[in-house]
Design a protein around this ligand. Structure first.
Ligand SMILES: [Zn+2]
Length: 409
């Protein structure tokens, strides 16, 4: 790699010191504060750190942390990879990730959907991976449509190679101004935000996986990669078993996206796939915490689409604990819980906890799902018979359980 200019070197080094200081004083992992310090001293730092590297940006409403991790694991097959492992997915986090791996020839950056245009402009990333767009808590359809429109503008006229999920009409529309697109049929479980054509507002007709606008020419592009239950069919028609360790259909979809991105970096499936199998848990998701003979597997659900993915992973034979908070990162308003169909939980022992347990309790009551309300997660866990239990929690509820019950087994 070419040397960074002196000012950028200094900004990058000071940013790293600030990050270390932040970690030492117990103020978190320091990746954001370090990046902020660096950017303050050298506003052009991200551009300079990104230069001469092969970068992939990963964006979506759900699954971006996991997919970033899967792509990183794959590219490690070829050399060092810089990545924002803590999900710090705005420019300060990207600066921090790239300065911590100054000599890494590759970078895989998780990017907040709203920041994608800015980060793409700044870094000039060669590859962009786009998976799904749906409402996050209180967003409404118009907001995510505007987001997709910003992606279109940002991608237009750039040489970027986009890997996009063509089963999501809004992602397809957002990606379709790019000069080069590899389409992946990665599936779409949550369809409530894509009944209308993003191009003309007409109704979208769906038949099996296919979709097309009834009123204009917008339609599902022909995919090069296809997720087919527990396997993937590559662009040459070869079928590969997706025997990864992360559970559920959503993660198999993330894995197909990762394989398509790896191929965009000239890494073939036979070398990338074994690397995907090495990923067992991402930022505590799918890990199990244990207390007094109860093993609780932690699933994160931050928005309606996330709940459906968690239901897919949860074992229908097991009891389930649901925990909902409404602090800053969760969104203060829990009315989005009403968008989720909870009837799938009928017949299982259901326990409800978290700060907003009563909001969730009312929602379950209306859906005719019997449940027990518990003051704390510890109480809910103590009510279980010894053995396994699934837990679905939203963001801060998830973090609380992780920090209180600590060590994963
Ligand atoms: Zn249309």
């Amino acid at each position: 790699m070419t040397q960074l200019p002196l000012r950028a070197q200094l900004a990058s080094a000071l940013g790293r010191s600030a990050a270390t200081l932040s970690r030492m004083t117990g103020r978190g992992d320091g990746s954001v504060i370090g990046g902020r310090v660096g950017l303050m001293l050298e506003p052009d730092l991200l551009r300079k750190l990104a230069r001469d590297r092969k970068l992939a940006l990963v964006s979506a409403t759900n699954g971006k942390t996991t997919t970033t991790r899967l792509i990183t694991s794959a590219l490690l097959e070829m050399g060092e990879v810089a990545t924002n492992v803590f999900g710090a997915n705005m420019p300060a986090g990207h600066v921090s990730a790239l300065s911590q791996h100054k000599d890494a020839p590759y970078g895989v950056l998780e990017v907040d959907e709203k920041y994608l245009p800015e980060v793409l402009d700044t870094t000039g990333a060669g590859v962009v991976c786009l998976m799904n767009l749906s409402r996050d808590q209180m967003d409404r359809a118009a907001e995510i449509w505007l987001l997709a429109q910003k992606w279109r503008r940002a991608l237009s006229g750039k040489p970027t190679h986009v890997i996009a999920n063509c089963d999501d009409p809004l992602v397809t529309w957002g990606a379709s101004t790019a000069a080069k697109v590899t389409w992946v049929a990665g599936g779409q479980r949550w369809k409530e935000d894509s009944w209308c054509c993003p191009e003309c507002g007409g109704p979208l007709d769906r038949k099996d996986a296919d979709w097309a606008c009834r009123e204009c020419t917008f339609h599902r592009p022909e995919p090069q990669w296809v997720l087919d239950d527990d396997a993937v069919i590559d662009p040459r028609g070869q079928r590969w078993l997706l025997d990864i360790q992360l559970p559920g259909l959503a993660n198999r979809s993330n894995a197909v996206m990762a394989l398509a991105v790896a191929e965009a970096f000239d890494l073939p499936v036979e070398r990338a796939l074994p690397r995907l199998r090495e990923v067992t848990s991402v930022a505590g998701r799918y890990t199990t915490v244990e207390r007094e003979g109860r093993q609780a597997r932690l699933l994160l659900a931050k928005n309606p689409a996330g709940w459906l993915e968690a239901f897919d992973v949860a074992d229908p034979r097991l009891p389930i604990i649901l925990s909902v908070n409404a602090q800053g990162p969760d969104g203060r308003d829990t009315s989005w819980l009403w968008d989720v169909d909870y009837r799938i939980l009928r017949g299982r022992p259901v326990f409800v906890t978290g700060e907003r347990r009563l909001d969730l309790a009312l929602r379950l009551d209306v859906a005719d799902v019997p449940f027990a309300v518990c003051e704390t997660f510890a109480e809910a866990l103590a009510m279980q018979p010894p053995g396994r239990v699934d837990v679905i929690a939203n963001y801060t509820a998830f973090q609380q359980i992780r920090s209180e019950f600590g060590r994963a087994v």
